[in-house]
Design a protein around this ligand. Structure first.
Ligand code: KIV
Length: 275
């Protein structure tokens, strides 16, 4: 008899409001999913893969098909975490019907637990439509990378009274629309804290506040694999990029000097009789 790990559901995340902190990271492929899964409550297949994996300038430019391929790969590596796949730019903003169709494809073709989409008040009806279709939604408010270009760049949100009130209204609208949790990105600390105190669902911070109910980072940032730039909110826990660079340099050196391969790496080696 096989013993399968119990999968964490979106509802399990929702009821963690105010409880033990939620640990969340991104993964884009099976090997990384296997590594993060045992440590995480939630694993996000984020559209940040546009920049981290595909070398694009922004998170725009990844299609639903690309997100589904990566969602399938991550699902192969995650046995216990709640897996959420981002709806990419252009696949949900037109109207709620478009959003429901995109969310359905993601769920049906990957088997993941939920989808995430960016936006506050203006996206509440869309979140409601997806939730009514039986698909759990993770909200995403504050700094919205998909929309940053049109909002004057990657700017911290929640500044001043008007900014703070907007983030608060966005959180209220997305929670009322039925999201099971809300990512708050790049937002003034006190505002993220206030949202967390008033929100009925867990908040997951990234560049937000330690008071959030959970935290998320891009794994490649955190382990030192993506070094194009390191945002202020990232804490580097390792230098995987240096480990990879050193390993590749050592291999290149071994091949050039004939130290690799050794006979131990070859097949059918005939051992010569010692004389
Ligand atoms: O795309 C992503 O990785 C994200 C997280 C950083 C929240 O949206």
């Amino acid at each position: 008899m096989t013993h399968e790990a119990q999968r964490i559901t979106a509802e399990d995340i929702r009821v963690r409001k105010g409880g033990a902190k939620l640990v969340c990271l991104t993964a884009y492929d099976t090997p990384m999913a296997r590594r993060v899964d045992p440590h995480c409550d939630l694993v996000l297949v984020g559209d940040s893969l546009a920049m981290v994996v595909y070398g694009l300038e922004t998170t725009r430019g990844v299609t639903l098909d690309i997100m589904i391929n990566h969602g399938q790969a991550v699902m192969r590596g995650c046995a216990q975490a709640c897996v959420v796949v981002d709806l990419p730019h252009g696949t949900y903003e037109q109207n709620p019907d478009q959003a429901v169709a995109s969310a359905m494809r993601v769920i049906d073709e990957t088997g993941c637990q939920a989808v995430k989409l960016e936006g506050g008040e203006e996206m509440a009806a869309t979140v409601r439509a997806i939730v009514d279709a039986g698909i759990p939604v993770l909200g995403h408010i504050g700094l919205l990378p998909q929309k940053a270009e049109h909002r004057g760049g990657f700017k911290i949100q929640g500044k001043g009274d008007a900014g703070a009130q907007q983030v608060m209204r966005d959180a209220d609208a997305i929670a009322a629309a039925g999201a099971f949790a809300i990512v708050i990105e790049g937002t003034v600390e006190a505002v993220a804290r206030d949202v967390t105190m008033s929100s009925p669902v867990p908040t997951i911070g990234i560049g937000a506040s330690p008071a959030c109910d959970g935290q998320i980072l891009v794994t490649q940032d955190m382990v030192g694999l993506f070094a194009d730039f390191t945002p202020k909110f990232v804490k580097r826990y390792g230098d995987a990029g240096a480990v990879i660079a050193d390993s590749i340099a050592a291999y290149a050196d071994d091949v050039r000097t004939g130290r690799f391969p050794e006979l131990a790496h070859c097949f059918g080696v005939v051992k010569l009789e010692e004389t």
